[in-house]
Design a protein around this ligand. Structure first.
Ligand code: GTP
Ligand code: MG
Length: 613
């Protein structure tokens, strides 16, 4: 691992913060696993379908063979004798977990978009592409699964061209497809890359075979034309009929990619270990370092109008964004952080400038999926995690106490579906509240609420799978036994005819005792009641959309201060209703507790109607 474990300054030129994004099952995790293997982070390749992939570490991920939570890893790759640090986030493809993509793209500098070579662009590829556009994340594309029957590089490329706002520029060309997929032509060096073993570690660069020569040359010409067209300086040179070198083409493609004017297209088969090392080379060659992207901007917490800017440098005041909170079964609350400027050090005190609170930085760790390594500092441009940040949540900014800045928050979609959950025992009830709180803290698209009318606890999420996984985690990680069901529909009661209530309350507790008598008339409200009733200046009539309360007490026989609580009692009772609700129309006697001698016969009349939901 490059600079991760040490406290030496990071040379930002040699850092890449990237995310892998795609439709579900395109092969993101399979590709990530190869990246870990070829960069020496793991010594054996684990497959998704065997529940053994490093970044799919949660029990639910292993069992289902899908990624649920974005996993961050750090690795190192040597290119032209220079070691580069790569912080990589493997994101989930399922639409229910789109928030994981959203927050990852917010803090990453570049993206690798993976496509299934049979299906090409799929619905969720369009979504993640749009998200990457929104955050202006430069990207390269990897057309994967070329070993599958029916795979087609050309067709997939065509779908990228047609269905995404893009300017794809292939820099590779496959040799065969399906069972016959044998290797990849590097259109810069014009060599065929093949593999001498199944693990893909024995890379051979050989002459392009005769049967492929013509196609490869045509593909190279198209690449050159496309790069020249995407770069003004080269276009000019071309028009002047000057010689253009491969180095110039390469540099121009890097510029165009970083400026989001083009996307280099690569291909291979992650499962069959073909093309991943070249993908790593392309990450280094074409995706930006933190120095290549615009410096971060934010606002002054004391004055939102004041825009502030921070350069990606250790010398600048600290600015960092917390983009994810996770509950780690071993170490507790983990906050994933991207530091944009300055240095975040263990033992230091920083300001959570979003909330205006101080936070002490305890342990800092570098993440390797579910494993971690202690570090002393996180430098400008880097991504790592902090333990025991108590008051900081997703999307909040940490900054130097004397130079606070608030970075733009992360926007998340609103949860759309609901289920009801009920603990099986009282012990589960307490555990459940705590666990739901923790899960909701991790996941901004998961909300917990209590339905006031039915008293049920409702879980709101992005889809059935999302909620199913959360309930499963509740049971297994937090050991809460709970039943799940559909939310109860809250029927409302409405009175249908007028009724007169005459209630007496008596309590003899020694001394003067307590006595109250309440007489009320209730009537259904009609539309004309609501329209017709005039505003009352003597405050004897109170009205809202569903309720008119008329005080008919004459001559001040009842002190005024008791009237309002009486009305509030009725309003409160209206929320529940008398038949199925838990509240009674005439509330507890606390507001009627009066010395018996002050009471005469009140005559109150109130009208109400409770609308059916
Ligand atoms: N034939 C073939 N299968 C592949 C290839 N890459 C991945 N797969 C298989 O496709 C399935 C999905 O792969 P994953 O790597 O989990 O895909 P993913 O994009 O991470 O999926 P999510 O994280 O759930 O969105 C697994 O069964 C892989 O073995 C490939 O290059 N060729
Ligand atoms: Mg995955």
């Amino acid at each position: 691992m490059a600079k991760g474990s040490a406290n030496e300054k990071l040379d930002l030129r040699y850092l890449r913060n990237i995310g892998i994004i795609a439709h579900i099952d395109a092969g993101k995790t399979t590709t990530t696993e190869r990246i870990l293997y070829y960069t020496g982070m793991i010594h054996k390749i684990g497959e998704v379908h065997e529940g053994a992939a490093t970044t799919d570490w949660m029990a639910q991920e292993k069992e289902r063979g899908i990624t649920i939570t974005a996993a961050a890893i750090t690795s190192s790759w040597t290119r032209h004798d220079q070691a580069y640090t790569i912080n990589l986030i493997d994101t989930p493809g399922h639409v229910d977990f789109t928030a994981e993509v959203q927050r990852s793209l917010r803090v990453l500098d570049g993206g690798v978009v993976v496509f299934d070579g049979v299906a090409g662009v799929e619905p969720q590829s369009e979504t993640v592409w749009r998200q990457a556009n929104e955050y202006k994340v430069p990207r390269i594309c990897f057309i994967n699964k070329l070993d599958r029957t029916g795979a087609s590089f050309e067709r997939s490329l065509d779908s990228i061209r047609k269905r995404l706002t893009s300017n794809p520029i292939p820099i590779q060309y496959p040799y065969g497809d399906g069972d016959a997929f044998k290797g990849i032509v590097d259109l810069f060096s014009m060599e065929l890359v093949t593999y001498g073993n199944d693990l893909g570690t024995d890379i051979k660069r050989v002459e392009i075979p005769a049967d492929l020569r013509e196609e490869a040359e045509e593909a190279r010409q198209q690449m050159m034309d496309a790069i020249i067209e995407a770069d003004e300086a080269l276009t000019e040179k071309f028009l002047m009929e000057e010689e253009i070198s491969d180095e110039e083409l390469h540099a121009a493609l890097r510029r165009a990619t970083i400026a989001n004017k083009a996307q280099p297209i690569l291909c291979g088969s992650a499962l069959k270990n073909k093309g991943v090392q070249m993908l790593l080379d392309a990450v280094i060659d074409f995706l930006p370092s933190p120095l290549d992207i615009p410096s971060v901007t934010g606002t002054d917490p004391n004055d939102e109008e004041v825009l502030l800017e921070r350069q990606p440098s250790d010398e600048e005041p600290l600015s960092a964004l917390v983009f994810k909170i996770a509950t780690d079964p071993f170490v507790g609350r983990l906050a994933f952080i991207r530091v944009y400027s300055g240095v975040l050090r263990t033992g230091s005190t920083v300001t959570n400038s979003t909330q205006g609170k101080r936070e002490r930085i305890g342990r800092l760790v570098r993440m390797f999926a579910d494993k971690r390594e202690d570090i002393e500092e996180i430098h400008a441009g880097d991504i790592a995690a902090a333990l025991s940040l108590k008051n900081t949540f997703t999307g909040e900014t940490l900054s130097a106490p004397d130079k606070p800045i608030v970075l733009e928050k992360i926007s998340f979609p609103v949860p759309v579906i609901e289920i009801a959950i009920e603990p099986q025992s009282n012990a589960d009830r307490d555990k459940m509240a705590d666990a739901l709180h923790k899960l909701a803290e991790e996941d901004p698209t998961f909300q917990v609420k209590t339905d006031e009318e039915t008293g049920q606890t409702l879980l709101k999420g992005m889809g059935e799978l999302h909620l199913e996984v959360l309930v499963d985690r509740l049971r297994r990680e937090f050991k809460v036994d709970a039943n799940v069901g559909k939310p109860r529909v809250s029927y409302r009661e409405a009175i249908t005819k007028s009724v007169r209530i005459d209630t007496t309350f008596k309590r003899q507790t020694g001394g003067s005792g307590q006595y109250a008598r309440v007489v009320m008339e209730f009537e259904p409200i009609t539309e004309s009641d609501l329209e017709g009733a005039e505003e009352s200046s003597d405050r004897k009539i109170f009205r809202d959309e569903q309720f008119i309360f008329e005080d008919q007490i004459r001559g001040g026989t009842i002190p005024k201060e008791w009237i309002k609580p009486t009305m509030m009692g009725v309003m409160d009772a209206m929320k529940g209703g008398v038949l199925a609700g838990t509240r009674w129309l005439v509330c507890g006697p606390s507001w009627l507790t009066v010395p018996s001698t002050t009471w005469t016969r009140p005559k109150w009349r109130s009208a109400l109607r409770v609308r059916c939901a």
